[in-house]
Design a protein. Structure first.
Lengths: 294, 109
């Protein structure tokens, strides 16, 4: 059950540090290739019982659905933990814990790389790299490769080999370039990503935009038309069956991906015509508007 | 009415003058500056500060400042109904005190 956001509890930095430490402990359990179910349950319950957790429904839900046998639930929880750890204000105790867990993660990473078998293992590794402050670039590259969902054993072996090397970033960039070139559904070029990022779109969304979605769109439209990130629950397809038609008639759908909360989606939309402030008013959606390119 | 974590990027307008106050914020990382209608900077805040709620204390429903992200970071946002409920629970004396504090802040604009 979600309760009202308790800003008083949240503003107390020692509470934030306490939750961060619990998140770090759970992350260390999840980093192992074979997750220890008992340790997982203990770490999970600690987080679910924490007062601040009640303030974040999406986070609470991701942790409560976490299971040792379900890698997708682990990836989703790791995504939430990474966001939480990046957001919470820590203190000396949480900094000390971070250093300790960073070491654990670094020790586990080679084992995780060598055990990559399924595509889902790559996505888990993306979250592991995302956790490490100096490995975010690898996380981005690996995430983009993983998003192609290629079932090519040779590519998978190349990725493994690249990750075990000191020049992993360079090698992953080459693999990504090859994958993009060979793929019919290629992602957009770096200069288009720059336009979207300068408008405020996060790389993890901008990087998912495909060439096909930009057909017949000029750079000027990309720079100046209203650009929105719309988050909605899958329930909308039942409650408002006309929703998708409305989107397709008035906007260009640049990309869509799963949202951070369970059963939600994020859609990056470029409005076709002049601004229509009321376009989404009648729908149960959250809308974020990006600034115009300067 | 749970909270959401939202990344903010330089130049991003978190809320604008005249916009309905539907969310309040806590700045976790980065910095945010506030501007009046003449685009003059009137204040700035550092992390672990709540913002976007002052007008509610005066019973207003729209923002009288523009909040712009200056350095990248994150905010935690939550429904303004949380603040409205808290305010409704205050006694008259406390309300007057809060209103006078809000007045002092808003008069700076």
């Amino acid at each position: 059950m979600s309760s009202d956001f308790d800003f008083g509890e949240f503003l107390d930095e020692s509470n934030q540090s306490e939750l961060m430490i619990l998140c770090l402990e759970l992350f260390a359990v999840l980093t192992k290739f074979q997750v220890d179910q008992n340790k997982l349950e203990i770490a999970k319950v600690e987080i679910l019982n924490n007062q601040l957790t009640q303030n974040f429904e999406g986070f609470r839900s991701a942790i409560s659905y976490l299971s040792g046998g379900d890698k997708n639930s682990q990836i989703n929880a790791m995504k939430h933990i990474n966001l939480m750890v990046d957001t919470l204000v820590g203190d000396s105790k949480s900094t000390e814990k971070f250093t300790e867990i960073e070491e654990v993660v670094n020790e586990s990473i080679n084992g995780l790389i060598e055990s990559i078998d399924l595509h889902v293992d790559l996505f888990k590794l993306v979250q592991v790299y995302n956790f490490l402050p100096n490995k975010k670039e690898i996380a981005i590259l690996l995430g983009r490769i993983a998003d192609y969902e290629l079932k090519d054993d040779e590519m998978m072996e190349n990725v493994k080999a690249a990750l075990l090397r000191d020049d992993a970033e360079v090698l992953l960039s080459k693999i990504l370039a090859n994958v993009a070139e060979n793929s019919a559904a290629g992602f957009i070029s770096a200069n288009i990503i720059d336009i979207l990022q300068q408008r405020g779109v996060n790389f993890h969304i901008a990087g998912l935009v495909t060439k096909e979605s930009l057909e017949n769109l000029s750079d000027e439209q990309l720079k100046n038309n209203a650009l929105l990130l719309v988050n909605f629950s899958e329930d909308i397809f039942t409650s408002n069956p006309e929703f998708l038609d409305a989107i397709q008639s008035d906007t260009h759908v640049l990309t869509s991906t799963s949202g951070i909360d369970k059963d939600t989606f994020d859609m990056l939309l470029l409005l076709k015509n002049e601004r229509r402030d009321d376009m989404f008013d009648k729908y149960p959606v959250k809308v974020k508007e990006y600034r115009v390119f300067k | 009415m749970s909270g959401s974590i939202e990344p903010i990027v330089p130049g991003q307008v978190i809320f604008d003058i005249g916009q309905q106050i539907d969310k309040c914020f806590i700045l976790q990382k980065g910095s945010v500056h506030f501007f009046n209608s003449k685009e003059e900077k009137i204040s700035g805040i550092a992390p672990n500060t709540m913002f976007g709620f002052t007008e509610l204390v005066k019973g207003k429903t729209t923002h009288s400042t523009k909040a712009v992200c200056i350095t990248p970071g994150t905010v935690v946002s939550f429904s303004s109904d949380v603040i409205k409920k808290k305010l409704a629970a205050y006694g008259e004396d406390n309300k007057l005190l809060l209103e006078s504090l809000a007045d002092q802040l808003l008069n700076k604009i």
